[in-house]
Design a protein around this ligand. Structure first.
Ligand code: EPU
Length: 333
């Protein structure tokens, strides 16, 4: 049976906690109910930790609350089928406790397992795509369940086929393929002083780095990184390095460079700046926070001011990383 709520407070449905109401929310607790949702014009959400609603939301929401983990194995891999509504961090912890090592770099990321492939969550040198073998989804056009193989998912930095086509699929489960032969991934700066670490040590370090730098969405309303890290050409990168020798950049395989947007925003002095109750986080300039009674006008004003400043100062166009919605659909700044 599908649980339905009318005029539900949006504050309870997204971790940035702007005010407003969702006209109707369907809570999906049995995947077979996908076929009987009363409309097809819905937006799918998990815990709402990468989604910001800037006004009342008029379209129906489907909040995925499917639970369950099934494990099988082959000689070389742990094979897990995980329902989309499982909380991501609980799943990472379950894997660590069970001896399925590999996901520890992705500890403490907010959100659900079903949301993880949508934006291909990544942190501290790992991306979830590296561990996904396929994704089970309800095809909203064909009205049937489908299984998209890893290569069908078009995974890229904070991107996937699901992010590009938000109306097409409702993810119901994710299949993980975790190699039994584990190798520590401690290349990332904050992990690199760990000598021959165990998976548990990486897990603990990632948790403590995140707790130090990033606000806990249960305590301070936020949606993680607000902007994506931008890519610039080699020439543009060299120009910037000659002006700012301490610039943080990483070479991509195609010769371009990925820059740390947090560094750029920080360099321009935005840390701690605020408009109304919306502020740039004190310890990580890529994260915007809502200190309590923030409104969408202040959020949009602050984010636009940052974007314009980065454009003028570095000739770099920042792209929004969170999913930002008005009353109907995705918006860009
Ligand atoms: N930096 C600054 N000032 C700041 C923020 C960052 O100088 O205010 C510098 C850092 O010192 C570092 C570099 O910029 O040298 C990169 O910073 P950090 O390692 O914190 O990572 P990030 O690029 O800011 C990305 C992800 C995070 C993820 C971290 C760790 C994106 C958009 N964000 O942030 O993901 O946790 O790497 O791997 O790719 C999220 O998506 O919500 C998120 C938090």
């Amino acid at each position: 049976m599908i649980v339905t709520k009318h005029n539900a407070p949006l504050k309870q449905l997204h971790t940035f906690r702007l005010p407003g109401v969702a006209r109707v929310v369907y809570y999906l607790r049995d995947k077979h109910d996908c076929a009987s949702l009363p409309t097809n014009n819905y937006l799918v959400i998990g815990h709402g930790s990468n989604t910001i609603f800037t006004s009342d939301f008029e379209r129906p929401l489907v909040r995925v609350e499917l639970r369950g983990i099934e494990m099988t194995e082959s000689s070389e891999h742990w094979l897990l089928k995980v329902a989309a509504g499982e909380p991501w961090h609980e799943f990472v912890t379950y894997c660590l406790d069970s001896g399925y090592f590999g996901l520890e770099n992705l500890a403490l990321i907010p959100g659900t397992v079903g949301a993880a492939p949508v934006q291909n969550i990544g942190a501290y040198g790992s991306e979830v795509a590296d561990f996904i073998s396929s994704v089970e989804a309800w095809d909203r056009e064909q009205h049937c369940f489908v299984q998209l193989e890893h290569d069908d998912c078009q995974f890229a930095y904070r991107d996937s086929i699901f992010k590009k086509n938000p109306q097409r699929w409702l993810i119901t489960a994710v299949y993980f393929r975790i190699p039994k032969r584990w190798c520590a991934n401690n290349q990332y700066a904050e992990l690199s002083d760990l000598v021959e670490p165990t998976a548990a040590q990486i897990y603990q370090r990632v948790i403590s780095v995140r707790q130090n730098k990033l606000p806990d969405p249960d305590l301070v309303a936020n949606a993680g990184s607000f902007f994506k890290n931008p890519t610039v050409s080699a020439q543009h990168y060299q120009q910037l390095v000659s002006l700012y020798p301490e610039l943080r950049g990483y070479a991509n395989a195609d010769g371009s460079f990925k820059l740390a947007a947090g560094w750029l925003i920080d360099k321009r002095g935005w840390k701690g700046k605020q408009i109304g109750s919306i502020a740039v986080h004190q310890r990580q300039a890529l994260v915007l926070i809502n200190s309590g009674n923030g409104c969408s006008a202040d959020l949009l004003a602050l984010a636009t001011a940052i974007k314009n400043d980065i454009q003028q100062s570095f000739a770099i166009t920042l792209e929004v990383e969170v999913r930002l919605f008005d009353d109907q659909s995705l918006i860009q700044l």
